[in-house]
Design a protein around this ligand. Structure first.
Ligand SMILES: [Zn+2]
Length: 438
């Protein structure tokens, strides 16, 4: 009652929920069986994080669905689209096994993505019919997933286009990263600085240019994953302006973390593409693009490892990836407080646009009448320090530890039922699979 809605336009009103869905918005008060006082708070639609890795089934020492989805819901995310490289969904049987396994394990609603291997192209049509949200493709061998490139990539994109599917493509040129790795290893280097040279800007840009050409030729609906620089965002935007159905995905690590941090932080900054920001001007350029539509949507790319895992083995051996579900909305709310983006843009980037891109809208991604009543009550003025609130991801740490942020998730509701309060999940996991609607 009496919260300020952030959506297409900001307005102060009362939200009425019936059977898990938004039934009515009205400035006038009506009788209700149960009511929640949201005066002084903002009401945001639940965030939709479409790029997360919860390793379940997979490596439970890194993450699980119960823990990862707890981190999500306590921090304002009510829907995730998940895929795990170490235990990929490559066939309809894998997909159904995973759906069975996840029963009762999720605190958010969830969709699932499948992986493309060069030899499972004949499975893609059945996977799409079964209800996967998108197909993940790597153009470089990473995380144990083989590269799909050249003619194999063209065939894969043509197949996905033909079945009306969507794809999320991790773009780094395999020959450039492989050659850099050979050269760096031959010199015996094990300092963290190898990451910058191994996963170079050139490798990312070369791959994006080739991939954009194939997206244009095949007409597939595609997202370029975790775009790391303004130059690459501009390449994607230029293709989009020509009518190509491609968008750029933004992630917090390319908006906040600096390239040179890798020298001091080592494996705690091992993710790929690596952080690219070198100056305040670079950082401003990324935020300007985010505010102005140069990026279609935002994801965490939550890919956690524990501090112990990050400190065991050489820089070549430790896992790639960062935890993100505990912190992504907090960082974005701070960006609103700092005047970098608006509340409306935040909700567009991290709720509506991803829901639309992957067929979850109008059920998810907004709070119009008929939508699932997934919402977040936020105190926009409360200031806190990242790390004050216990991390719920198994990672148990954050690259943003110690940052002061404004904007506090007071409570999160999933389909009308409170799922988290003051950073703590409430009740049993009741997340369900959500099937994309093409
Ligand atoms: Zn990822």
């Amino acid at each position: 009652m009496g919260g300020t809605l952030i959506g297409a336009e900001e307005s102060r009103s009362n939200l009425y929920v019936s059977e898990g869905r938004v039934a009515l918005w009205d400035a006038e008060a009506h009788p209700a069986r149960e009511s929640v006082d949201a005066s002084g708070l903002l009401v945001l639609p639940g965030m939709v994080d479409t790029h997360v890795h919860l390793m379940d089934p997979g490596d439970a020492s890194r993450e699980t669905f119960p823990d990862g989805s707890a981190a999500a819901v306590a921090n304002g995310v009510t829907t995730v689209i998940e895929h795990t490289h170490g235990h990929p969904v490559r066939s309809v049987a894998d997909f159904h096994d995973k759906l069975d396994h996840l029963q009762g394990r999720a605190r958010t609603d969830y969709g699932l993505a499948a992986h493309v291997w060069s030899d499972n192209l004949t499975d893609l049509s059945d996977l799409w019919t079964a209800g996967v949200a998108f197909f993940k493709i790597f153009t470089c061998a990473t995380h144990g997933v083989p590269a799909v490139e050249g003619d194999d990539l063209r065939k894969a994109l043509a197949e996905i286009a033909g079945i009306g599917g969507a794809t999320l493509i991790h773009c780094e040129d395999d020959s450039l990263t492989a050659e850099a790795e050979r050269r760096l290893r031959a010199t015996g280097r094990t300092d963290p600085g190898v990451l910058i040279e191994w996963r170079s800007r050139s490798a990312e840009q070369t791959s994006v240019e080739a991939v954009l050409s194939l997206i244009r030729q095949t007409g597939v609906r595609a997202t370029i994953a975790h775009v790391s620089t303004p130059d690459i965002a501009h390449l994607v935007a230029a293709a989009r302006a020509e009518g190509v159905d491609v968008v750029a995905e933004a992630c917090p690590q390319y908006l906040h973390l600096r390239e040179d941090e890798v020298h001091a932080q080592g494996a705690l900054r091992k993710f790929t593409p690596p952080a690219r920001i070198r100056s305040d001007a670079d950082e401003e350029a990324m935020w300007r693009l985010l505010g102005e539509g140069g990026f279609e949507h935002l994801s965490s790319d939550h890919a956690p490892s524990t501090l112990t895992q990050k400190s065991t083995g050489t820089i070549w051996e430790v896992h790639f990836g960062l935890p993100g579900l505990d912190t992504t909305l907090a960082l974005m709310m701070e960006a609103v407080a700092a005047g970098r983006i608006t509340w409306t843009r935040l909700v567009g980037l991290y709720s509506e646009a991803p829901a639309r891109r992957y067929g979850l809208y109008p059920r998810k991604g907004h709070l119009g009448v008929g939508a699932d009543a997934d919402f977040v009550l936020v105190d926009p003025h409360r200031s806190w320090r990242i790390g004050d609130r216990p991390y719920l991801s198994r990672a148990g740490w954050s690259p943003y530890e110690g940052r002061q942020v404004r904007g506090w998730v007071h409570a999160t509701y999933l389909r009308g039922v409170r799922a988290a309060l003051e950073g703590v999940p409430v009740g049993d996991p009741r997340g369900v699979f959500v099937r994309p609607q093409p």
